[in-house]
Design a protein around this ligand. Structure first.
Ligand code: GLC
Ligand code: GLC
Length: 827
């Protein structure tokens, strides 16, 4: 069953009912100011850091679901309704929500009144702009009231939901003209405030939640809205909110547009207050929590309000936002005639950017409080965006590498606002260092920016202790070699990619975190997956060594990789598939000898991507075992059979009920590893079958089962052992986005940036007979037309324009600004 459709020409997903199986959300904002918005206008805004600078309040896991957002109430006679349906949930005559790239629109109507709303964060602005147009289609005059509403968060989101003894006394606001300012803690240690304004003189306002709502009311019956009269309340502690009332007279056929701004402003220390240090004095009409207090200097806020005073200004910013996305997306396009596939090429790139922006911090499954930016996560997310935003990727790689320690290990996470490693979580996830090599490699392959390897980067954010980026990579690579266990495989530490394979944890205490408790000395448990990653990453490292003329180190790295590969064949192979790990007792994990957890996807994926033991046919055998034991109609499960009991020697992986998360869920993140492995092993038809199973656009028709957005990947879909097999959880912020884009663009469509040119090896599915791919690589545009006769067949390239040569399937980088045209015949 579908709950909407793709509008491909507008690049929007159009939702035609507010009753989606779960809130279907979108993200606004691109660099600093961000908001989440659901298809019922739920969600919240924050500045840079969802934990430390939360601007509006949201209630996770509340009843009803998706509670709190930016709400417009329309009172038309006795009927009160919302353009986004919630929170009143009054049946609408029409409803449509369009999620586009960086904006969301609603178009709804009730009793002859139409509301068209646009929400967006313009590029370069710290503000969410809300434009609402009311149109009277009833044939006779209407007098209605429009009431806006947001609830402030007291900035620190964790504190906001826990520290009530303080919070209920600190809330402060100012009200001036059409703007309501939230200035809690501005006086002491904050140099920032937020505001909610409208470009008209309000007929009433509220800033105190209790007055607005009534102590015992829900959002579907706010006292002031129902009564048709605002309380004109000035918040004094408790929960400050911002609400405007506009009485709107509309002749038949007439429209009126209002612009609301939810803004965030930072001030210089000596310019904080009105009337001081040359700042304009406070206005006489101003109201504030305590009249004895100093007043915010509003110069910057007012300038921001003036930039979006008119519909024309908003329209211009909206056009710019669309152009921004046009440009980003023009770096890679895929046209195959398969509309679902072509859609994925577009939406997958959008999700990659969103995931890159937010890491794993803020979604409808990540509270924005728990996690900052993961070392491994962001290094992988990079791979999905580097062709679009190389400069930002470079900055992030610098930040990530700055949280590395001298010995090559790294903080597992860091906070985006402070950029400091998160000491609570600490280090010793032994795969982390290798992801950095992969991320930096991806960046250099894309850009050719070899100088980046020579830039000085701190260890542990130190101002003095630094080494070149190359040296960081060297420490990463050597870290693995220096931490080898009894079977000649890398020691796992707290976990590898699988955060739940906690082989040194041995916890019996429910109050322990699986991730950070370590009761063993870490000298035994080993990871086959890290060994395979090492083999996979080694050619990248060696290539970067050579870019700097370090032939000796390159050779050494290749020797180490060969040794590691041999070791995997020796102690990491189980007969039909790659073993996953060895536990602290030296027992195999992911082996036919095990009762549960006989086979894991990660080592089959990485083993086949790295082609470990290809001369002995191991990758093909491993992939055949994936098909046999792990494949389901909704994708490949992470392991089988699921653990039924808790294993103290395995940790969190055995804590989830069978079929969920790391215990035999369909972890969408590593399905593309198998897809890539299949292409590399010469079986593109299998790759395509797996691709289709989890690509969201292909699941649109079963949205009632899948439940989450059909335009983005989810981290996990319940596995075959679960009662709810096929149901997705944790959409949006997942490494799934980047890896599936890598699988699609680099292996299925087959266009890969390499260190010395663009590889063109399309392995498109058989039903795609002709395709056109465009790709901007190092400033040159490649237009590739593909004739697909046999997806697994020989590839013949002809360069038809652009004056560069092809060496087999590798095409040299063309001149910046030029266009290279290539004809590729496959089969
Ligand atoms: C989550 C984490 C990621 C980890 C994966 C598997 O997606 O963000 O770092 O690799 O789970 O445990
Ligand atoms: C849990 C989850 C895993 C996630 C980790 C993050 O272990 O199962 O998916 O990566 O938490 O800390």
């Amino acid at each position: 069953m579908k709950f909407g459709h793709f509008d491909d020409s507008a690049r929007e997903y159009v939702i035609d009912t507010p009753r989606t199986p779960y809130p279907w959300i979108n993200y606004l904002g691109n660099t600093q100011f961000f908001s989440l918005i659901s298809n019922t206008a739920g969600g919240y805004a924050f500045y840079t850091d969802a934990r430390l600078r939360r601007l509006t309040r949201y209630r996770y896991n509340d009843v009803p679901l998706d509670n709190n957002g930016r709400y417009f109430f329309i009172k038309d006679g006795d009927t009160v309704w919302n353009p986004g349906w919630k929170p009143m949930r009054v049946e609408l005559d029409s409803y449509e929500c369009r999620h586009g790239f960086g904006y969301t629109k609603f178009s709804s109507s009730k009793n002859g009144l139409k509301a068209d709303t646009l929400y967006m964060v313009p590029n370069g602005e710290n503000a969410e702009i809300q434009r609402i147009t009311l149109t009277n289609t009833s044939g006779s005059k209407k007098s209605v009231s429009l009431v806006s509403y947001v609830e402030w968060c007291l900035y620190n989101a964790l504190d906001d939901t826990t520290n009530f003894q303080r919070n209920f006394s600190t809330g402060e606001v100012e009200i001036e003209g059409g703007a309501i300012y939230h200035k809690t803690e501005y006086r002491e240690r904050r140099n920032h405030f937020a505001f909610y304004s409208v470009n008209a003189k309000p007929d009433g306002f509220d800033t105190d939640r209790e007055t607005f709502l009534g102590l015992n009311n829900n959002y579907d019956s706010p006292d002031t809205v129902m009564a048709g009269k605002s309380g004109n309340s000035v918040a004094d502690g408790w929960s400050p909110v911002a609400s405007h009332r506009l009485n709107v007279e509309l002749e038949a056929g007439a429209s009126k547009t209002f612009i609301f701004i939810l803004g965030y402003v930072e001030m210089d220390e000596n310019k904080k207050w009105a009337g001081e240090n040359g700042c304009a004095p406070a206005s006489k009409e101003l109201l504030q929590t305590n009249p004895a207090m100093r007043v915010i200097n509003k110069e910057k806020a007012i300038a921001l309000q003036k930039r979006f005073e008119t519909p024309a200004q908003v329209e211009a910013a909206f056009d710019e936002l669309k152009k921004f996305w046009d440009e980003l997306l023009s770096n890679y396009t895929l046209k195959t005639g398969d509309e679902k596939l072509d859609r994925m090429a577009v939406w997958n790139q959008y999700q990659c950017i969103v995931t890159y922006n937010f890491a794993r911090s803020a979604s409808y499954f990540e509270s924005g409080i728990g996690r900052g930016i993961g070392f491994r996560d962001t290094s992988q997310d990079m791979l999905g965006v580097v062709h679009q935003i190389p400069t930002r990727a470079r900055e992030r790689l610098f930040d990530v590498a700055s949280t590395q320690f001298e010995d090559g290990s790294a903080y597992h996470q860091f906070q985006p606002l402070t950029k400091r490693g998160n000491a609570d979580v600490g280090s010793h996830f032994n795969d982390d260092p290798l992801w950095l090599v992969l991320g930096v490699g991806g960046y250099i392959r894309e850009t050719g920016d070899v100088d980046f390897l020579k830039v000085d980067v701190p260890f542990d954010n130190s101002a003095t202790n630094k080494a070149t980026m190359f040296e960081h990579l060297k420490r990463s690579f050597h870290y693995t070699v220096k931490h080898i266990g009894p079977h000649g495989l890398p020691l796992i530490g707290r976990a590898d990619w699988n955060d739940c394979l906690n082989l040194n944890c041995f916890s019996k205490d429910p109050n322990d975190s699986f991730q950070t408790s370590t009761n063993k000395d870490g000298k035994n448990a080993e990871s086959v997956m890290i060994a395979q990653m090492f083999v996979y990453v080694a050619p990248e490292y060696a290539a970067m060594c050579r870019l700097l003329g370090k032939e000796g180190e390159a050779k050494w790295a290749e020797k180490q990789a060969a040794k590691m590969a041999a070791q995997i064949c020796d102690t990491g192979w189980d007969g039909e598939w790659y073993i996953r790990a060895y536990d602290d007792f030296g027992n195999k994990i992911g082996s036919k000898e095990c009762v549960d957890g006989k086979i894991f996807i990660e080592s089959q994926g990485f083993g086949s991507m790295a082609q470990v033991g290809a001369d002995k046919g191991l990758p093909i055998k491993a992939l055949d075992s994936v098909k046999k034991y792990l494949d389901t109609k909704y994708g490949i499960v992470i392991l089988d059979p699921p653990y039924k009991d808790y294993h103290i020697e395995l940790g969190e992986v055995s804590s989830y009920p069978p079929g969920y998360k790391e215990n035999a869920g369909i972890f969408c993140h590593n399905n593309p590893w198998v897809i890539i492995g299949e292409v590399k092993s010469g079986r593109p038809a299998n790759a395509w079958e797996y691709y289709k199973k989890i690509a969201p656009a292909f699941l649109e028709d079963i949205s009632e089962i899948h439940r989450l957005e059909p335009y983005v990947y989810a981290q996990m879909v319940a596995g075959k052992a679960a009662r709810r097999h096929g149901e997705a959880k944790n959409s949006w912020l997942t490494g799934t986005a980047a890896w599936n884009f890598v699988a699609l663009s680099q292996w299925i469509a087959g266009i890969r940036a390499e260190y010395d040119g663009l590889r063109v090896e399309p392995r498109l599915p058989a039903h795609v007979k002709n395709a056109t791919i465009t790709r901007v690589y190092r400033g040159c545009k490649y237009v590739i037309t593909v004739e697909n006769k046999d997806p697994a067949g020989k590839i013949a390239l002809t360069v038809t324009a652009g004056g560069v040569k092809a060496d087999g399937t590798l095409v040299a980088a063309g001149a910046k600004g030029s266009t290279v045209e290539i004809k590729a015949i496959v089969g």
